[in-house]
Write a protein of this length. Structure first.
Length: 318
């Protein structure tokens, strides 16, 4: 599989993550020194996390916000007087081939495995993580006769761990996205274009990204049972005086609740990935396709013009 190389940047924050703002600038000929004046949401979750959203407002208190979910927009408007706009997640501009070239690849009977990644606030040691993943992978590989090809897409931070998980199994390993990689969205579009099926053992944005492209996505019932590490949460968020640490902790408990994941996303659970369905309409709605925004709209939402850049520069000192 011939994938675009990584182009790592020192600035992987906000709208700059995964290369979105850079691709937009290149496409529209925007001044490369202009900074995004809005924090554009990249991720997708199956439930809302209002306390975590409040933290994002505190650390981006001078910025506007662009989100793909009406409920989330409503939450943010309670926390900030800055502008909150509705528009699709950035991947919308890639699966629609607005910021990437269309690929026509024979993906018939090809399966992509996208295992859960290590998480910042989870109390899960490497040994336990490896055991979870070994069981998941081995069960899938047993069905390899049903597929022309099976590949595993690993989060870039977890590459070293996977040598112990794969063992003697001959499976192609693909390195996935990285927030500071300027080519990540183009890379993920390329990866997804090669597969008819995708299976995972935890929720994440990869579900709606893949499904939006017509890939048949399934969740495996053997979800990793992440345990919340309250001390990690407290140590990180206590630095921000206005943050409700108990509320943040509650959000993480809700988010990592495997029973709720199975309840909310029940229509994605298939032990055999071959039984998965095309759910592109659902995924596009989750991505915010209904809040369609052109590239020019995106440019304006990010304040990529001299007038807005000047106003923001003055605002910073007020």
């Amino acid at each position: 599989m011939n994938l675009i190389e990584y182009d790592l940047s020192s600035n992987g924050q906000g709208a700059n993550r995964y290369g979105f703002s850079l691709d937009l600038k290149k496409k529209l000929g925007v001044n490369r020194y202009y900074k995004p004046l809005a924090d554009w949401d990249h991720g997708w979750t199956y439930i809302q996390t209002p306390n975590i959203d409040y933290y994002k407002v505190l650390i981006s208190n001078k910025l506007n916000f662009v989100v793909s979910n009406k409920e989330k927009a409503s939450n943010l408007r309670e926390y900030t007087s800055n502008k909150v706009s509705l528009a699709p997640l950035p991947f919308y501009y890639y699966y629609n081939n607005i910021l990437t070239q269309r690929l026509r690849i024979n993906n018939k009977d090809r399966l992509l495995i996208m295992p859960a990644k290590t998480l910042n606030f989870a109390n899960l040691n490497n040994k336990t993580f490896i055991q979870y993943q070994k069981t998941f992978i081995e069960n899938i590989i047993e069905a390899k006769k049903e597929f022309k090809e099976i590949a595993i897409c690993i989060h870039n931070n977890d590459i070293k761990i996977w040598d112990n998980i794969i063992g003697k199994n001959k499976v192609t390993i693909i390195r996935g996205a990285d927030p500071i990689d300027n080519n990540s969205y183009k890379r993920m579009y390329q990866i997804f274009s090669n597969f008819e099926y995708m299976i995972t053992n935890y929720f994440g944005s990869h579900i709606v990204y893949a499904a939006s492209m017509g890939i048949k996505v399934s969740l495996n019932s053997q979800l990793i049972d992440y345990k919340i590490d309250e001390n990690k949460i407290k140590n990180f968020y206590s630095k921000f005086k206005k943050v409700d640490v108990k509320g943040i902790t509650s959000d993480y408990y809700d988010l990592f609740n495997t029973k709720e994941i199975k309840k909310k996303l029940h229509f994605l659970f298939f032990e055999n990935p071959k039984n998965a369905k095309i759910l592109s309409d659902w995924a596009k709605k989750e991505i915010g396709h209904n809040y369609e925004a052109s590239l020019v709209d995106a440019k304006n939402l990010l304040g990529f013009n001299f007038k807005d850049q000047l106003k923001f520069g003055i605002k910073k000192f007020i």
